[in-house]
Write a protein that binds this ligand. Structure first.
Ligand code: UDX
Length: 464
């Protein structure tokens, strides 16, 4: 499925060169990509956009972007080296010192904001909620204002806010996963530190869509933010992107999908922050084989914070002996160890389900393509996202319950979830709901759609 942003340009009504936007993403792929996509939207209204990250992360997000390069050239990239005396922590999730790493950007970002602010009427700083401390010096610039971006869903924010004040009746799920069970202490402290400093922001931009989380957005705006901050739901942004010609690796995957029946293939991927042990990989492989369902499995390690490689080779060795060859030989499925074009794969007519860790971007992409999800959350916001999918929106099945998180997810649990999703009456109902919701979400970014109105509203606000 290909969509373009040409009509975005047609809809741009003003060219307020006196306003400049600076985007400051968190140093993690899905956050980098979300702010890059947002940059394209803002840039399509003829507003200059400056995108600021480390040299490594800018190069990573550009090379993985599904926007053609000519679109990227409209954005001014600022590459800052992360020079430290001690080595960077290797990954985002475990033993992380992300707070120390992002601190390195405060000074260069402040210098950039100062220099840009002297030439414009209004400097608009759009930053990840987890980069609040990096942009904090904007307050000393008289013509600067800031907006925080939540790259995740609204539902966890809604759930924890109302649970904190004991209003459980309003929360549509039972057994809310505790924060302690979802986040490491260190990561949670980092989140709290960044949120605490978010006082002077004019408003918030959420990577969500009113068609999915309308009522939760309303509750957050009215009761959590008490109507004091402006709030826009700007997702899904992947619908604004255009596919450049598929990479050779992707062509081969899409070619295989072309030969399969509609809705017959399960796509499996666990985003950019999950690494499986050999034991878990073996259970997945056995479960897939037992289910008899065709599959395309992206088997990669989590991204590292200190280096970037577009593909990770070597995981195949963790599979049961002969599994890959057997599956390929029978035409049952394939295991891919490289970065793939997930959005294009999910949009393929042969994809009938997605086994996912429930990272929010994967959820949004799957929902908008009308693809139901086998939810297998690992950490962070994922456990609450999984409940949003399975219990609230009812567009997915659970592979495991959060209470079982310390137990091994066995091949029979995987087999059961896959067959329920792909080959049962219950799965059929779930698919029907996913398709209906997907149609609503796809409409949202078209002219007159709920998300398109949010973009217009945000642009009208910053160019007021
Ligand atoms: C992280 C956190 O884990 C998650 O909890 C939070 O909601 C967002 O940040 P991540 O693991 O990166 O998420 O998952 P997700 O949000 O699903 O984003 C992954 C992105 O990478 C998706 O946009 C997906 O399309 C893309 N991707 C992944 C590819 O395009 N190709 C790949 O091979 C793998």
């Amino acid at each position: 499925m290909a969509t373009t942003d040409h009509h975005l340009k047609d809809s741009s009504s003003s060219s307020p060169s006196s306003v400049v936007v600076v985007m400051v993403p968190l140093l993690a792929q899905s956050h980098l990509n979300h702010l890059l996509q947002l940059s394209h939207v803002v840039s399509s209204y003829n507003i200059p956009v400056h995108y600021v990250s480390s040299t490594l992360h800018n190069s990573q997000v550009k090379s993985r972007s599904i926007n053609p390069l000519r679109e990227l050239t409209k954005i001014h990239f600022h590459n800052f080296p992360l020079i430290r005396t001690t080595p960077l922590p290797p990954n985002l999730c475990s033993g992380i010192k992300l707070s120390e790493t992002v601190k390195l950007l405060r000074e260069p970002v402040a210098a950039l904001l100062r220099s840009l602010s002297s030439n414009v009427k209004r400097l608009v700083v759009v930053h990840d909620v987890l980069m609040t401390s990096v942009v904090q010096d904007f307050v000393s610039l008289p013509n600067a204002e800031a907006y925080a971006v939540n790259c995740g869903s609204v539902f966890p924010m809604f759930t924890y806010a109302f649970a904190a004040i004991g209003q459980y009746d309003i929360i549509p799920i039972k057994n809310i996963p505790s924060v302690e069970s979802c986040y490491t202490h260190e990561f949670y402290e980092f989140i709290k530190h960044e949120f605490k400093q978010m006082k002077s922001q004019v408003g918030q931009l959420h990577n969500s869509c009113k068609a999915i989380e309308g009522s939760f957005l309303e509750h957050v705006a009215n009761y959590v933010l008490k109507g004091e901050k402006k709030i826009w739901a700007v997702g899904p942004l992947h619908q604004t992107t255009v596919f450049k010609e598929a990479r050779d690796d992707d062509k081969c995957l899409l070619g295989w999908l072309d030969k399969q029946e509609p809705n017959s293939v399960l796509y499996i991927s666990f985003g950019t922050t999950t690494t499986f042990s050999e034991e878990k990989i073996k259970e997945i492989a056995l479960g897939l084989e037992q289910s008899g369902v065709k599959f395309m499995w992206v088997l990669r390690d989590e991204d590292r914070l200190d280096s970037f490689s577009n593909g990770y080779e070597g995981e195949l060795s963790k599979l049961p002996s002969g599994f890959e060859e057997r599956m390929r030989g029978k035409g049952m499925g394939m295991v891919v160890t490289k970065w793939v074009c997930q959005v294009e794969i999910l949009g393929h007519k042969s994809i009938g389900g997605f086994m996912s860790h429930c990272g929010w971007n994967s959820c949004m992409e799957s929902i908008s393509m009308g693809v139901p999800i086998a939810a297998w959350p690992m950490e962070f916001d994922q456990p609450v996202n999984a409940l949003l999918l399975t219990e609230v929106l009812k567009v997915g099945v659970a592979v495991m319950e959060w209470g079982q998180r310390d137990e091994l997810v066995t091949s029979s649990m995987i087999d059961r979830a896959v067959r329920t999703l792909m080959a049962s009456e219950e799965g059929g109902e779930i698919r029907k709901r996913a398709e209906e919701l997907g149609a609503e979400v796809r409409k949202s970014t078209a002219e007159g759609g709920v998300t398109r109105m949010e973009w217009h509203s945000f642009i009208a606000h910053i160019t007021r």
